[in-house]
Ligand binder design. Sequence first.
Ligand code: TYD
Length: 136
Amino acid sequence: MNSRDVKWLDIPKILDERGNLSFIENGTSLDFDIKRVYWIYDVPGGEIRGGHAFRKQKELIVALSGSFDVVLHDGTTSRRYSFNRSYKGLYIPEMYWRHIENFSTNAVGLILASTFYSKEDYIYDFETFVNLAQTK
Ligand code: TYD
């Protein structure tokens, strides 16, 4: 997988009567090395996370539990992606404005990131993002 496009990834799902199992391996499932893993959880009803873009960070988002929506803007148009399966991952390249909303109770969002945390990688101003995205 190597693209500027956002895409859903089918994560392997090992069905088992004892409970299902899914996995992602560095180097085979993604076009980036996983440098960091973080997760969003205990989100109070109605809250919104994100509201920024990353200059360099690529990521894969998975709903480990519950459901939520990821809304992406590429500088021109916006699209909503609904998460409610723990075997679906959304690959998001750098330079997409994103926010996450509509969290269900007990939702857990896992993010596999291509970079270590860097405050400088964030774009917090939407107008700056649109200008940068459109001149890319
Ligand atoms: P932020 O990415 O702004 O959260 P969201 O996009 O969901 O609103 O991060 C919130 C805070 O957590 C911010 O102070 C930076 C810190 N943080 C880290 O220290 N390391 C990390 O890997 C992440 C993602 C955030």
